[in-house]
Design a protein around this ligand. Structure first.
Ligand code: KIV
Ligand code: ZN
Length: 512
């Protein structure tokens, strides 16, 4: 007899709260599709009442995704809850996740409410939500730092009102695994109606223990839902990482005795997609999805793995989406080999037209780069997914000159709404010159808050993957571009960021 562990992904809500990780509606939809492919049980799609954009994203995801439950966060008030219910109206399975802070510190300093007022508001909100949707999750925010006696009263009250999941957040990442596990266990023992709800853990990573705390909440505390994000994305040091918690439970099934639904072969593609969309690069030594997670550099390890792979490997790389053979394709590879590789990598393009487009982009790349690695293919597919078909700005070509002792100069050709624009400028370096050239025509008025270049694979033949983060009037967007020429990748990333800024406002293009 085994138990099921529910995987609740909050990349699109708590993950997106990370400064600079904001995503457009289309990007969220694309990630939601990948989460559905991963067979995530619950997708927290956003916080519908927080903005019109978030409302539309939750609504679009609720209308599109059929296999996962779609959840919207709501503060414990009628307006937020009603807005969530509206956004979830067309979901096959919808959940409202309502929360209110219960720690003395938060109640007194942030909410300026007495504990009795908080208890009453929690009770009323769950009662109100229960009339709109059958699946209600309740979170006492800063739960781990709350007085346990008070917490028990709140939890008992909301379960009595119909909450079906009780989530106990370690909002500030203060917990220690054993203590957090015991905390959950004691709450479950003390709340008289605790068996009428599923218990859930939600841990932040401020002390680097989010995954360990979540696992202790499961093992010691008896929680049966874990809230997590792809790559551990999230505010400050992030949330519990989905890939780590899932692979821990699967790899150590002997210890946890739990099943998870996750189709792990899609993990790497999800990780790449989130990293590429947000510009949050995955560190090479990150467990499961880092570039070195399955690389054996020392001679002793390599020898051991060749003789018997389990000498140094506890998971199979291909089970999380890495393919066994790292050099994959070249310019002579055909469409079928390409399609097969996409399948091996867990990439499921939406249509035949999308496969054809990806194949022709692959051929273009193979003309310039003799070996195409898995990472190149994943970048190419992510870049293609990030391109909107109605984007106004499209990269055409770039020429640049740089020489020691001379000021670099760039000429960039791009189109706006199909009209070709030629732009030139000097700059501190070729990248700076090309950005200045584009800006001389677009005059976006945006500030650059991040520029990062990452080599996709490990030789100088590698493609550069560039992220450009622009900010204007409080709005932050990420643009991405990949190319073997990093100046070209940079110009593509800059134009991609402009497209995202443009999606909500108009910009002037200088004449001439
Ligand atoms: O960390 C937290 O407390 C949260 C709640 C809203 C669940 O994200
Ligand atoms: Zn959180």
């Amino acid at each position: 007899m085994t138990d099921q562990l529910i995987i609740f992904d909050t990349t699109l809500r708590d993950g997106e709260q990370s400064p600079g990780a904001s995503m457009t509606r289309d990007e969220k939809l694309r990630i939601a599709r990948q989460l559905e492919r991963l067979k995530v049980d619950v997708i927290e799609a956003g916080f519908a009442a927080s903005s019109q954009g978030d409302f539309e994203a939750v609504q679009a995801i609720a209308r599109t995704i059929k296999d996962s439950t779609i959840c919207s966060l709501a503060r414990a008030n009628d307006r937020d809850i009603a807005r969530s219910a509206e956004a979830l109206q067309d979901a096959q399975r919808g959940r409202i996740h309502t929360f209110i802070a219960t720690s003395a510190l938060h109640m007194e300093k942030k909410l300026r409410m007495t504990p009795e007022q908080v208890l009453e508001q929690a009770r009323q909100s769950v009662r109100f939500a229960r009339n709109l949707v059958g699946d209600i999750e309740f979170s006492p925010e800063d739960g781990y730092r709350s007085d346990p006696d008070f917490l028990c009263r709140v939890i008992e009250a909301v379960i009595a009102e119909g909450a079906t999941t009780i989530n106990v957040p370690d909002t500030v990442g203060y917990a220690i695994p054993e203590l957090y596990g015991e905390f959950i266990r004691s709450l479950r023992e003390r709340v008289p109606n605790s068996d009428q709800a599923i218990w859930s853990v939600h841990c932040h990573n401020d002390l680097g223990m989010a995954v360990a705390n979540s696992l202790a909440g499961v093992k010691i505390g008896g929680a049966r839902q874990v809230e997590c994000t792809i790559n551990g994305l999230g505010e400050r040091a992030g949330n519990c990482s989905l890939e780590e918690v899932v692979m821990a439970v699967k790899t150590r099934r002997d210890y946890f005795g739990l099943d998870v639904n996750i189709a792990t072969e899609h993990i790497l593609a999800a990780s790449r997609m989130v990293s590429q969309t947000t510009g949050f690069v995955v560190q090479p030594n990150k467990a499961v999805v880092g570039a070195n997670a399955f690389a054996h550099a020392s001679g002793i390890h390599q020898d051991g793995v060749l003789k018997a792979r389990d000498t140094y490997e506890i998971m199979r790389a291909e089970d999380v989406g890495w393919s066994a053979n790292k050099i994959v394709l070249g310019k002579l590879s055909g469409r079928n080999a390409f399609r097969q590789r996409l399948q091996d990598l867990g990439v499921d393009l939406d249509s035949e037209a999308a496969v054809n487009e990806a194949f022709s982009r692959f051929k273009e790349l193979a003309d310039r780069k003799s070996e195409i690695f898995d990472e190149d293919i994943l970048a190419l597919v992510s870049e293609q997914g990030a391109l909107g078909h109605h984007d106004p700005f499209v990269f055409v070509s770039l020429a640049q000159h740089s020489e020691t002792g001379e000021r670099p100069h760039a000429r960039v050709v791009f189109s706006r709404d199909g009209v070709e624009i030629k732009a030139e400028s000097d700059g501190n370096g070729p990248v700076d010159a090309s950005f200045k050239a584009i800006e001389s025509q677009v005059q976006s008025g945006a500030d650059m808050v991040l520029y990062s270049v990452n080599a996709i694979s490990d030789s100088t033949e590698s493609q550069g993957e560039v992220t450009v983060r622009l900010q204007r009037s409080g709005r932050v967007v990420n643009g991405v571009g990949a190319d073997p020429d990093i100046v070209v990748a940079s110009a593509k990333a800059y134009l991609s960021a402009l497209n995202k800024l443009h999606s909500s406002s108009e910009m002037v293009v200088a004449q001439g």
